[in-house]
Ligand binder design. Sequence first.
Ligand code: FES
Length: 144
Amino acid sequence: MSEAPESPAPSRRTLLCGAAAVLAAGGTVAVTGCSSTSAGSDSAAKTPVDLGPASGVPVGGGTVFREKKIVVTQPAEGQYKAFSAKCTHAGCVVDQVKNQKIQCPCHGSLFGITDGAVLDGPAPTPLPAYDVVVEGGNLKVTPR
Ligand code: FES
């Protein structure tokens, strides 16, 4: 009666998400549609996350890695910044970076791409900053 087809297969999902990130590097700003493991950020708080090619993040803009709840920006060429993509107002995931602002779709909060500071909206505090490095052309982000 119970076939238990529940196999998490995280490596397959990781590959699919990676493929999406590679496709995104071809010119699309946002990466969406990946569902990652349901492990909360609490348990893996200090583990570096590989987000794929840094070339996918536009200069003067950014890329939202929705499935990872991370947004990476590049305010100036070669200068990468990473933040939690979880809005500090009510917890929505920011959905895009436009006009050098990180935008939350829920109630309109705007955050700066350089420091995650609140530029507008009901969000009470900046987006938490994460550590980001580029290794072998790939972004590695570590939540603080
Ligand atoms: S949850 Fe982002 S503005 Fe309300």
